[in-house]
Design a protein around this ligand. Structure first.
Ligand code: ATP
Ligand code: MG
Length: 398
């Protein structure tokens, strides 16, 4: 079995953009499987075939494919000539001494030129396997389903399918700038947009040297995990402590949180525009904390003309936590750190800041200079394609 057949679902629907989506997916699969002796990745009649070299191990390739967005499902596949005897013989050869209480053969004709219809092929191939193995056929609840796909010049057969991560190929939907704190929500928000085909650059605001470097260490680890889903990630580390100090000098305590957020949004906007991102992404959730009332969310959003995408806006905390556990970001996010929000943060922030009051408070600040300097001074770190196996050991070393 020297192939993997990859099926995509949603991207099949994209009309005239379809070839472009597929070539994205093919490229992403190529990059994700680098170093595993994959000989070719090629589009083939509504599927993608991955051709494995002699050194390739299916399990290793599979682990990479679980993280390539745009894949609906995939299976380890063998190839046979377009001939009933040959297909049955190849299947029996690869089944070896496999045993099963029941089986069925399911045929799909990608190319309709083969002279027999699918049910007929199922009967003929199934009959030969039944004869050779003595297995029971069960069309409704088979323990083993052998799928045969009739292509133009050969047939593929698979014994099992794995679910892919779904979504759209990374990069197909353009670029976004994700505001990444060290918390639970924002990495999940970034991941959700990546799943929708956006490639994400990450922006983190830290208060070093006023606070420790812990939040930066956390976002580096989060960036590593997120990089297992996209090939390359840029992380922008923005020094925010001095800005907060200036805010404290002029802005009344209850308004500070909203003013901090508006400054974050402006700086992220600047970075996004400089680096080709078309929207900002946050982990905001309605009603979760003081800065996330409808009033405050809209006053914060007024600081940018870019759309702010909030993929978690209607989710409960438990749902977000469950997703972050699945992703592998939860255990990083819950490590205690000193978030910049803890610095100079008032005990009782306003939950209903008005735009008028906030703009009045900001009028005493050199906003443009603060934003320009912070954006220009951001440290940029690069993360290139990583696998989870590579992320974990680095974590263990601390
Ligand atoms: P999270 O779990 O993502 O930190 P939260 O529930 O703590 O979210 P807030 O602290 O109000 O909520 O932050 C709302 C959003 O603002 C975050 O999801 C993130 O997108 C952005 N944000 C907050 N703090 C930072 C930061 N230090 N650096 C970058 N983005 C931030
Ligand atoms: Mg937070």
């Amino acid at each position: 079995m020297k192939s993997i057949v990859v099926h995509y679902q949603e991207i099949a629907l994209k009309g005239r953009n379809r070839p472009w989506f597929i070539s994205r997916l093919v490229n992403n699969i190529r990059r994700a499987t680098a170093g595993l002796d994959v000989r070719a990745v090629r589009p083939l009649m509504g599927r993608i075939e991955i051709v494995l070299g002699p050194e390739a191990r299916y399990e290793l390739v599979r682990d990479r494919l679980f993280r390539v967005f745009g894949i609906a499902n995939f299976g380890h596949a063998g190839r046979a000539p377009l001939d009933i005897e040959a297909i049955a013989a190849a299947i029996l050869g690869d089944l070896g001494d496999t045993e099963t209480p029941s089986f069925r053969v399911s045929v799909k004709r990608a190319d309709k030129r083969f002279p027999m219809k699918s049910p007929e092929i199922e009967r003929e191939v199934g009959g030969r396997i039944k004869l050779a193995k003595g297995w029971k056929v069960d069309l409704d609840h088979a323990a083993l389903t052998i799928t045969v796909e009739m292509m133009a010049s050969e047939a593929f057969y698979t014994f099992a399918k794995d679910r892919g991560p779904g979504g759209l190929p990374t990069g197909a939907s353009g670029k976004v700038a994700c505001l990444l704190s060290g918390g639970i929500d924002s990495p999940v928000a970034a991941w959700r947009m990546m799943k929708r085909g956006c490639s994400g650059l990450l922006v983190h605001f830290h208060s070093y040297p006023f606070l420790s470097r812990a939040s930066q260490e956390k976002v580096r680890e989060l960036a590593q995990v997120l990089t297992t889903y996209q090939q390359h990630t840029r992380l922008f580390l923005v020094a925010f402590g001095e800005i907060q100090r200036q805010v404290v000098l002029t802005v009344p305590a209850p308004l500070r949180v909203v003013v901090y957020r508006r400054l974050m949004v402006r700086i992220a906007d600047r970075i996004a525009r400089t680096h080709g991102a078309q929207a900002l992404v946050t982990g905001e959730v309605i009603g979760q904390v003081a800065s996330q009332t409808l009033e405050n969310i809209s006053v914060i959003a007024a600081a940018t003309d870019l759309p702010i995408l909030r993929p978690l806006v209607g989710m409960d905390k438990e749902e977000i936590v469950a997703e972050s556990i699945r992703l592998g970001t939860y255990e990083i996010s819950v490590v205690p750190d000193q978030d910049c929000c803890q610095l100079f943060t008032p005990k009782h922030p306003a939950t209903r800041a008005t735009r008028f009051a906030v703009e009045e408070a900001e009028s005493h600040l050199p906003i443009e200079t603060m934003v320009a300097e912070a954006a220009a001074g951001a440290a940029i770190e690069h993360f290139s394609f990583l696998t989870m196996a590579e992320v974990r050991p680095q974590r263990a070393d601390g």
